[in-house]
Every structure is written in C-alpha cells, then in structure tokens.
Design a protein around this ligand. Sequence first.
Ligand SMILES: [Zn+2]
Length: 718
Amino acid sequence: MKGREVPSSDMLLARIVVIPKPGKDPAVCPSYRPISLINVDMKIYAKILANRLGRYIAEIVHPDQVGFVPGREAPDNIRRALNLIQVATTSGRSSFLLSLDAEKAFDRVDWNYLWAALTSFGIQGDLLKAIQALYAGPRAQVDTGGFLSAPFSILNGTRQGCPLSPLLFALSIEPLAACIREHPDVRGMEVGGKQYKLSLFADDVLLSLTSPITTLPNLLKALKDYGRVSGYKLNADKSEVLDLTLAEEERAVMRDRFPFRWCHPSMGSLGTQLTPTWGQLYKANYGVLLPTLHAMLAAWSQLHLSLFGRIYAIKMTLLPKLLYLFRTLSIPICRADLTFLQSAIHSFIWGGRRGRLPKSLMFQSKRRGGMGVPHLYSYYKAAQFAMLSMINLRSGAPLWTNLEQDMGGPQPLRTLQWTQKATPRTLHNSPTLQHSLRLWNLCREGDGLSPPGSGLQPLFYNPRFPEGNPPGAFGWWIRADITEVRDLILQGRPVTLGYLRESRALPPSETFRAVQLLYFVRSILRETPDRRLTLYETYCRQKHRGRGLISSLYTLILETTFPQDASYITRWEDDLGSSLEGNEWADIIDRTSRVTICTAVRENCYKVMARWYIHPQRLAKMYPGTPSTCFRGCDEEGTYRHAWWDCGMVSTIWTEVFGDLSRALGTPLSPNPWVALLNRPHPEARLTRGEHSLVSRVCAAVRICLARTWKGPLPRAS
Ligand SMILES: [Zn+2]
C-alpha cells in the first residue's frame, strides 16, 4: 500500500445486509440500517489502521465527542446533561436542549472533504494513503433475503461495519463541533465563565443552548455551511427540542419559525430519557424500564427453561438493560422497586416455588461455588462508584468532572471522596455529585471499599486538619505535589523533617507547617495503623480509565455483602468422612463448571455439588410426618449420601461403572465417591487430562440417570 498500490477490487467488494429499524414501516428503504460485511482480510487491515489512529484520536478530537474514542463513554455525556438540566433550573436563563438528527450521517460523508479534514488534523503521508486505499473504488452488493444485487460502486460515506469507519466519522464531524464551540452567537449554558454547548456520540449531537432567538438562526447557518462541504444534511423536522426554562414568547417564536419536534415530558438521548427537571428523571427512566422487565420475566416464565438457562437469560438480557441505566444515571434509586424486581427474578428462577438453595449461594460468584445470579443493588452501587472514581483521574478526565468542579466551588473534587463525611454545602449545586458522595459515604465502610484512615485523605480542605482548610498558607506544599496523607508516610511511619529537607528540598520557612502536617499524619496513623490502600482505592489511583471496573467492583461489594457460604462443603466432608484443603475445594468448584460445555450436564454437576436435590431426610424435616426412609424402598435412613452412593442398587451401578472404566482405561479404578459425585481426579490412578475428562462425563451421565429416577425404585436394566 505504501507504493500506492491499491487492493484488488474483489477485496474491496462488500456485502451490505439490511437490518430493519424497530417500529418503522418495512416497505420503505429508509427503515433499514445498512451494515457492510467486508472481507476478513480487509477488516483486519482496517482494524490495524483503527488501532493506530485510536492512539492519537483522543488528542485530536475534543472531549465533547465520546463516541468510539478510546477512554470515553456515553454515560459521560449523560452525566453532563443531568448537571446542565440543574444549571438551567437555577441560572434563570431561558435554556433548552436540542438533539440534532442527521440524514444518513455515515453514508453521506464526502470523501474529498474527509481527506481534507484528515490532512488538516495532521494525518498525512503513509497513514493517509493507507486509509485512502480502503476507499479506492470500493463496490458493494446488497443482500436481501439471500438474493444479491449486482455490484455497484460506492462514491461517498464511511461504511457502517468497517472498524475504521467510526473514527473517520468522528474526525469528519469535528470541524462542525469546533465551529459551534467557537461561534460567539451560538450561546451555550454557562457555568463558571465557561460555556457548555454540545456533546456528541458519533453523529448523535446534543446541544445545550440559551437565547434561542439569536442562537438558532446562527446554528442553522453553521450546519448548512458545513453540509455544503461535507455532505451533512440536517433533518430539522426530526430534530428534537426539550424545553427546560424557555419563556412563553420564545417558545411561540421557536414553534413558529423552526420545524423541530417538541418533546414532552422527556427527550430520548443515548438510551436514556432526559427531563426538564432533575426530579422527573427517575420516573421517566426506571418508571418505564422496570414494568418492561417485569413483563419480560412473566413471558419467560411460560417457557420451559432449565435452571441455568433461566440464570443465563437474566444475565444476558435483563441485566444489561438495567445496568445501562445504573451506569448512565447518577440519580438515587428506589430500593423498594429494586427489591421487588429482585424478588420477581427469584421467583422466575425457582419457577414460583421456594428457593432450593440459600440466598447467599445464589448471588455468590461461580468462582466461589455460587450460582452467579445478579444482585441488583450491588450492581447499582458498583456502577455508581465506578463513575465516581473518575473524579480522581489526573489526565483524560471526562468533561463532567470539570463541570461539577465549576458547579461545586474551589475545593478540588478529588479531595471530596476521601475526606470522612464532609460534603460542603456548595456541592448541592451539582445534584449528581451530591448523590454520588452521599451514597459513597453511606457504603464506603460497610462494603469494604474505603474504611477510615485512607492514605488518599487530602491534607488540605480536610475538616480534620483545620489549619489547611482552606490551604492559603500551604502554597509550597501544593506546588511540590504533597497533598495526600500518604505523601507524608514512608514504610508505615510519618516521614521526618530531615527526609523532607533532603529529598523534597523543604525550605526553612516551611518548617512550622511541616511540623503541623506531620502531627496530623501521626494522629491518623495512630488511629488506623497498618492501613493499606484497599483494592478500590488502588483502582482510583490509576492514571487511565480502567476497563471492567464495574465487574471488579461488583465482585468486591458482593463478597463483602455475602460472605462465602461453605455449608455444602462441611456437609460433604461430614458425609464422606474426610476434609479437604480450601484450594482443593476451589479445584472441585472449578472442575464442576468445566466438565463439558453442555448446560444440562453442567447443571447436574452443580446441583449435586450444591446439594440441590431433596433427599428423604430433608423432606421429613420440611414436612413433619413424612417418612425419612429411602425413596427406593430399602428401609434405610434416606440421607443425601445414601441416595447418591450407599443405597443397594445405586452402589451396584457405581461398582459396575468403575469396573467398566477400569477395563476401558486399562488401569484399576476402585469406586470412589469424590470421583463419582464431585469430579475429583482419581486418587489411586494417574490419568491423563483426557482420561479424567472421560471419567467425569461418564459419572455425570450416571448421576443424570439417578436424578431422573430420584423418587422411586431404579429401572431394572443396568
Ligand atoms: Zn436406599
């Protein structure tokens, strides 16, 4: 490609599949979303270019744009919008939100314009040529219902489906964003002397504006000018307005002059509903989603799903919908609503009957031998605290942190999370921050995220150190970046004056303040000696936004809320008369989930291990008066072990099975309950992994047969 060679036209031939948009008329073309399936070799090539471009794109594209830029996410823009709604309510200026709808934004980008835009951003030479090679006479065929159209040439647009395309689109729309940002007569909402005008997610543009009579004509002109060079076309009558605090006459003028669609009572944006006031958010979002989820559960409960199948359905379909709102909306949640949904999930999983396993085991992660059913409130907290941790980022922090800082006042946001229970009144201006911190202070200790004595505690703006609140006289310390308690701790002890003089060049004029600070640090160390950073605190110290933070936090919170339930472990050890080390149980749990990929077999493995099956003795306890003797009619006490191992016919079957296995594998295998029931490797024979896997599968098959005849005599045939 360097030598200006272009890929052959066959390589660039794409197949366009059309996906119907929900709720639109299927008889017209615009109701379909075209996705280009491109050749795998070209896709790899495009992905390589996308990775290279991705490294720099965050420096080129303003943080207003969060779509497809690594390290930025849609919830960032929503959190900003929530704060701006509050700004509109308190500032008294006539404000509104405008969501622009572009006609086929990706498909219309003019290539000459695109190359000019890339060049102006400094993407030149080989990289530009490499990107252009993808656009050297590409052709496509449309695939409808298995029929292919004749190939045709593509002359503009970035392809939906190509890994490079979203980045190119983000670059192509950036000049428009810059123009709006700098336009003096497109007026945005103002906080702390800064204007917050727009936020973008790819082609999804949300504007937060004031003074509509001046702003709108200028905005439309800018869009038109941009459209003339780039191919962008505004769908004015599909663009939506949400009236926040418009005056009566402004509203009338706007309705008269512009064809926008007026939203009432809420406006959809990036999968959430924005409302004119903060107080309406919960109802507009959760008020709609929760009933849908309940209806979904009700419909699913009519289906014949296995236990694991029901859990998968919850995890893969229900949870993501809820989690998206947890992540995007930093607003309080109604605990009763969540508990109601949680109990509906419980009832769905157990088919409307009483749960067979303890609750702690249900929510426990699979790694710890649980069923891994999502615990909703823990997910909510994990999502909220993952978002809150962003205020600690020193570089690449999302824009809402700047906004909340401007709304909140002089105290650096970062310090707020680590001072104990001190939320200054000024923060009431930012409802999201106020909510996040309130929830944080409520849970930080109980959930083991950050008990008192954190080394991240600030030295300044800390109510516990009044001399530095505000830090007026401590300028030297702030410049030297000594701002947290742990900056003055070395190997678990406060640093000495000598150390500060030698290593940090402490000037003599600061000696008194050093003594003050060290006294404060010493008092904290005395209260909480040996306090190390918790896992959450180390996450917050990371320079960049971490991936998978919510699930790590969820596990942390869950394991504190529900300590590991080891009841089935003790019962097995009592039954089988020997005890294992902790890591041996971890091994059993791990093997149980890996015997096969077949869900039905895995489910049996898990149920046997977790003692899901109800044996006669347990039944007699549940319903006094029922006999506790063996179901199979042998008159012995029906314990769990008896039912699975000791009962006459059952024990004969196991002996035969182990005999057959010995012959097949050519090594003697004596019947062993740990192997037969809990998938342990056979203690006497040295089997290869494949052989062991065979033993486990055969034993699982036997257990499934036993489970099918659980409540009666065994069939005669063996
Ligand atoms: Zn029996």
